[in-house]
Ligand binder design. Sequence first.
Ligand code: KG4
Length: 341
Amino acid sequence: MDHEPIILGIESSCDDTSAAVLVGHKLLSNVIASQAVHTAYGGVVPELASRAHEQNIVPVVSEAIRRAGITAQDLDAIAFTRGPGLLGSLLVGTNFAKGLSLSLGIPMVEVNHLHAHVLAHFIEEEGEEHQSPEFPFLCLLVSGGNSQIILVRSASDMEIIGQTIDDAAGEAFDKCAKVMGLGYPGGPVVNRLANEGNPKAFAFSKPNVPGYDYSFSGLKTSFLYTLRDELEKNPNFIEERKADLCASLQATVIDILMKKLRQAAKDLGIRQVAVAGGVSANTGLRDAFHDHARRYGWKVFIPKFAYTTDNAAMVAMNGYFSFIDGKRTELDAVPFARVTM
Ligand code: KG4
């Protein structure tokens, strides 16, 4: 090949249909269609997600190719999310990738969605100064479904050294937000309210689990008990103290996350530390990373907001690394809902 490979990425693991085109590390386009249909249900409804992916996938892929200023014939490979995620949603992207691969006569490269979040840090954008992490680095992956500390030795060698034994960090935000009547997903709302509250107003319980593992169920319970006790005394408690509750909740989640990450960085002697996943949009967590960079000499990597949520740019990025490594996926590949790494 006499040029950097041009990779189409397809992401359909949950409720975002996305397609992106990358040439080498350079992003040419990244199109995301989010699904509003779930809002009324307070969570993602798998069957509705699959149907929306079916409707979105053709226009989203066409638009990504058009915005990249190429034609489908210019593509060298198709990277697609094979898992983990919702099976019905994953099937839409996987089957579309197969059809396109057959019709264009180009290979498919499967991508692990969690690896893709980590590798989003290698995406370069036109006209922007970019610095990628150097291997080995640590990545805190925090989303609605995951809270993990990943030791990233290379683009293809990642090890989960710590993970939640119950709820994920995003789930803690969402569940506590729900009991305060803040809607779904509650994480962004908690973040907004937290900016106006006192992070020391309430003390919620922090877990005591060994190693680098996390636990958020105790925090959730202690949050619930605080609400229950205070509401008995004052029925307007939530309304009156919403900002303080959110600020204290957010500060506790961040404390829990950073403590284990600090320990891992210290034990392994690693100072390149990245964050990824939906909860990496949290401004308090971003501030904590900057603060750790100053205090501990870390070099931190914080994704642009566009790459905190599910997107196909990161899938194409992961696909690029696998493609140049010679990895290919056969046409009989089926998606997987769950995965360890
Ligand atoms: O990675 P993601 O888009 O998909 C899932 O794994 O579900 O992460 C979504 C999660 C949700 O729990 C959402 O509440 C949380 O990320 N989230 C936030 C913020 N933005 C999104 N949590 C706290 N603060 C935010 N600003």
